[in-house]
Design a protein around this ligand. Sequence first.
Ligand code: GDP
Length: 395
Amino acid sequence: MGRRKKMVERVTALMGTPETIRNIGIVAHIDHGKTTLSDNLLGGAGMISKELAGKQLFMDSDEEEQARGITIDASNVSMVHEYEGKEYLINLIDTPGHVDFGGDVTRAMRAVDGAVVVIDAVEGTMPQTETVLRQALREHVKPVLFINKVDRLINELQVDSQEMQVRLGKLIDHVNKLIKGMNEERYKAGWKVDAAAGTVAFGSALYNWAISVPMMKKTGISFNDVYDYCKKEDMKALADKCPLHEVVNDMVVRFLPNPLQAQKGRVAAIWHGDKELPIAKAMMSADASADLTFMVTDISMDPHAGEVATGRLFSGSLTRGMEVYVSGAAKKNRIQQVGIFMGPERLEVEKIPAGNIAAVTGLKDAIVGSTVTTLENMTPFESIKHGSEPVVTVA
Ligand code: GDP
C-alpha cells in the first residue's frame, strides 16, 4: 500500500474515535517562535517536508471576501502522533501572532479545545501573550506552556544553569498569575501550568529540541545536561535525544482534552440556549448520531473547489448532499464536499463525525461565525468576540 493511502486510512480511522483526537492552536506574541514550532511539529510527524511546512498560500482578496471574513491563508493542518503505543490525530489550527489579527486568533480558539502558549524565554510574557491567553480562557480552551529560545538564555545572556532554572521558574509563576487573574475558577480547577506535572515544556524550536519533566524521567536528561549541550554548542545531539515534536506532541496528547472531555465546558461557555434541550446534551457529549451543529471559524479560497468553510463540528455528522440551515439565511444550503486535513492537504471523505475540525464546500450563505445546523430553530453559537469588541456578528 502506498504511503499516502496508508496515511489516509490512519487519519480516517482516528477521526471516528473522539478519544484519539486533539484539536489545538499554538498562540504566541509575534516572533516568539510559533511558526518555527509548527514547522517542527509537522516535519516531525512526517506529514510534510520541513521546507514546505508553515508556508502560506496567498490569494487576492477583494472587498466582498474581506467583508465575509474570508482569509488568505491555508492554515489548518492535521498530523498523526504516536504516544505510548497508540495513535492520535492532532488537528492544528494556525493562529496569527500579530496584534492586528486578534480577531483571527479568537476565531481559531473557537475551533480548538487546547492551546500551546509559546513564550520567548528571554523576552518573557508580552502584551500579545496576555491577549491570546485571555482569549483562550474565555473560549474555555485549556493552555499548556512551551518556553522557547532557551538557547538564548545560555548563549546570549550567558546565565549559568542555576540562574537558567530560576528564570524559567519565575516565568512559569508569572504565567500562572496571569491565568489566575484572568479566570480564577479555571485556575482552581487545575488549569494552572506546572512543570512537575508535565504541562510545561522548555526548548529551542530553532534547534529542534525540547525537554519536560516527563521527558527528563524517560531519558535521564537533566536541566544541567541541557545546559551543557547548549554551552558546548552541541544542540544537534540534544535534538536527537529529545526531539521537540515528540516532547510537545506528547504534552498535547497527555494534557489537553479530547473533544468528549472538552465539549461539555466549551458548549456551556459559547452557546447560550436551553441546556435541557436534546441538542445541548448532544453537543456536550459530541454525539455523532444527533442533529448537526457546526460552527464556521474560517473561510478560505481553494483554486479548484472554490470557497471552503472550515469549522468545528460539535454534534452530528457531516455528509455530502446534506441540507442545512445557516444562521441568518432564509434558505437551506446544500453541503457539497466534506473534508478533513491530512498534513496541509484537504482530504475528501464520505462522512465526518462530531468532535472534528471539518472543511466543507457548498455553504454559500455562511460567514465566519455562522452556526450551521439541521435544526430549523436553533439558538446560534455566541458571536465570535475579540476583547470587548465584537469582531464578527452573526446576522
Ligand atoms: P512567530 O512570529 O512567533 O511565528 O516566530 P518565528 O517562528 O517566525 O520566529 C521568530 C524568529 O525567532 C526567527 O528568526 C526564528 O529563527 C527565531 N527563533 C525561533 N525559535 C528560536 C529558538 O528557539 N532560538 C533562537 N535563538 N531563535 C529562535
